[in-house]
Design a binder for this molecule. Structure first.
Ligand SMILES: Nc1ncnc2c1ncn2[C@@H]1O[C@H](COP(=O)(O)OP(=O)(O)OP(=O)(O)O)[C@@H](O)[C@H]1O
Ligand SMILES: [Mg+2]
Length: 264
């Protein structure tokens, strides 16, 4: 079921062209229409480039995850099963039993790892309980795991006010931003805010940690940084949002995304 805001959100290439039906256009109106069309084309191009980049990044992450975790677990599993088989063929049932025990542990670990990767790809609870409840759950887990960091949250809207198409992207951006705070910021406080105005939906994750030197040009984001920041930027862009980072060394970092809502 789509929400009211799904239809209000701009889609790449579908900017409203209110002048299209006008029977006769003044030169100024023609220029305005041309500018609108060029802007829609540029947005569409930007979105598809960001989408391809994001897919490629995610493929890399999945490949690494599969290789490093599942691949290792299955190799270990194959090894203990072989030892177990040798034990059986030599009538050493105790060794074979021990190996089977190890195999069971490896299988359990692999199942947990697959669940983690699946959760990383798409948190199932987002579909089941919605964005706000998923964020609340994630914040709770985060606070338990990092008791020395004060995580504050201000969610100033209802579930139905967030377009369905945006929900998993918002969750992923928050998840990556909060993971970065743990990995890099050495902060004592982080604040996550999600709210909307009449025209825009806003997301902010701000910490009071170490901050970093950040060059806000396209090249820096794509080449100079790892996958996390560019992934957040790509998620913002493919959904028609605008991504900004403000970071001051010694003071902290603020990640902001603003999605425009089209007025009816
Ligand atoms: N909140 C933050 N505070 C301080 N430094 C940060 C913060 N977020 C990002 N950084 C800096 O920006 C760099 C790039 O972050 P990014 O998320 O792209 O990569 P990563 O976290 O190192 O790796 P990945 O996200 O791909 O696992 C980090 O290595 C870190 O130096
Ligand atoms: Mg990161």
């Amino acid at each position: 079921m789509s929400t009211v805001l799904d239809s209000l959100l701009p889609r790449p290439g579908s900017a409203p062209d209110r002048l299209a039906d006008a029977p006769c256009l003044t030169p100024a109106a023609k220029r305005q229409r041309g500018a609108q069309q060029r802007q829609a084309k540029a947005q569409s191009l930007l979105s598809s480039t960001a989408l391809l980049r994001m897919q490629e990044t995610e493929r890399k992450r999945i490949a690494t995850d599969l290789h490093d975790s599942i691949g290792q677990s299955l190799s270990a599993l194959s090894c203990v099963i072989n030892k177990g088989l040798v034990g059986i063929s030599q009538g050493r049932t105790q060794v074979a039993g021990e190996m089977l025990g190890w195999a069971a542990v490896q299988v359990k670990a692999a199942i947990l790892e697959i669940q983690r990767i699946a959760m990383d790809l798409r948190p199932a609870i987002l579909d089941d309980i919605g964005l706000i409840a998923t964020l609340t759950w994630f914040f709770r887990e985060y606070r338990t795991l990092h008791p020395d960091l004060a995580l504050l949250s201000e969610i100033g809207l209802e579930e139905a006010e967030v377009a369905r198409s945006l929900r998993s992207h918002i969750f992923r951006i928050v998840q990556e931003a909060l993971n970065n705070v743990i990995k890099h910021a050495h902060a004592s406080e982080v604040l996550v805010r999600l709210w909307r105005t009449k025209r825009e939906l806003h997301l902010e994750v701000a910490d009071n940690g170490s901050g970093f030197e950040f060059r806000h040009d396209e090249l820096a984001l794509t080449d100079g940084y790892a996958l996390g920041l560019s992934g957040m930027r790509d998620r913002a862009e493919i959904t028609g949002g605008c991504f900004r980072i403000v970071s001051v060394p010694g003071k902290g970092t603020r990640i902001c995304v603003v999605w425009p809502l089209l007025l009816p």
